[in-house]
Design a protein around this ligand. Sequence first.
Ligand code: MG
Length: 172
Amino acid sequence: MREETDTHRLNDLKTRDTVVKKLADRGATLKDIAVIVYDLQAKYIDNLTVEMCLEHVEKVVMKREVQNAVLTGMELDRLAEEGHIEEPLRSMLLGDNGLYGIDEVLALAIVNVYGSIGFTNFGYVDKIKPGIIKSIDDAGKEEGRCNTFLDDIVGAIASAAASSVAHRYANK
Ligand code: MG
């Protein structure tokens, strides 16, 4: 049993590294995400730092359901770019069709891990597109580029980490 747990932990760590690299390759480092978390929570928590936020972002990307959602969404973006997705889905993904909505639904699997504050934060982040999310959204509008899932994934990781920060430090 112990051995099995260790193997699971090792696999999660390996997947964590893959997830972090894929995000960074597409322009979103964990530090960028931590900056969004800081902006969301600094007004509620005294002496909060980006480094403290980064610890919570790290915690979020260690969760298996988060890793699975990130890998799935980013893969769909990539397949759409490379022309491996058939119509009518391909145009919906490449055009980031506002009525598609499955990008937000997938992101909810990430937000879900830290309870209801995460949902509120996600709605807010989706609307104002702070920091790196705006750059990701803009880059996705370039010809042949698809960031339809990525912007929601990054927003959801930030929202989940923000609610983890809130649970940890609020009410002091
Ligand atoms: Mg999207």
